[in-house]
Design a protein around this ligand. Structure first.
Ligand code: GRF
Length: 191
């Protein structure tokens, strides 16, 4: 039976789109049930709607604290019997309680070869360090930021004339390949 997946986003949602596109193949072992954003103007919300997927925007300002906010997300996920949560450009750190509730069920994608360059501005830092190779990583989400078990990585050569934008663009192409592959293999127990 197909697993039910929710995607959490904050922005343009290109990884979300890659996951949705992959799930349209009848052989894909998951279907995308819900997209949740913490930003009302996330471009990904419109894309998800175009695919006929239910979307929700949850405004952090309406909650007293992050725990209450994440509990509201948890409730939405439970109402829909979600099996797997994919963070795709979701720019908010999960509370410990959320990670505990969804232990081993949250996957994230990060635009670096973890464990190197955790956190923000990865491409900037890679270029500043004159690295020859960068890449992207999918991993299981644990309490510590960008530190859970690695699932799949793809490397991307850094060119001598790369800018943050050009490197980000090439890394993103690989993200769109490894994220659907990760979700598929994760569900099939192959990673
Ligand atoms: C991606 O590079 C993702 O890895 C990072 O933020 C970027 C957002 O991409 N966390 P998108 O919203 O999926 O287009």
């Amino acid at each position: 039976m197909n697993k039910k997946v929710a995607i959490l986003i904050s922005g343009s949602g290109s990884n979300m789109r890659a996951l949705i596109e992959a799930s349209l193949n009848h052989k894909f072992p998951a279907r995308i049930e819900l997209v949740i954003s913490n930003k009302s103007d996330a471009g990904g919300l419109l894309i998800a709607k175009e695919y006929g997927i239910q979307t929700r925007f949850l405004d952090r300002k309406l909650f007293d604290n992050n725990e209450d906010y994440d509990s509201a997300i948890s409730n939405l996920l439970k109402e829909r019997n979600i099996d797997v949560v994919c963070a795709a450009g979701y720019m908010k750190i999960f509370t410990k309680q959320f990670v505990e509730t969804w232990k081993n069920k949250i996957i994230n994608i990060h635009p670096s070869l973890l464990p190197e360059y955790k956190g923000l501005n990865t491409h900037n830092r890679v270029l500043d360090d004159h690295k020859k190779i960068s890449g992207c990583t999918t991993h299981i989400v644990e309490k510590e930021l960008d530190a859970g078990p690695i699932l799949i990585q793809a490397s991307v050569p850094v060119k001598s004339d790369d800018t943050v934008e050009s490197l980000a663009k090439r890394v993103l192409i690989m993200e769109h390949i490894i994220y659907p592959l990760t979700l598929k293999r994760f569900i099939l127990g192959q990673v």
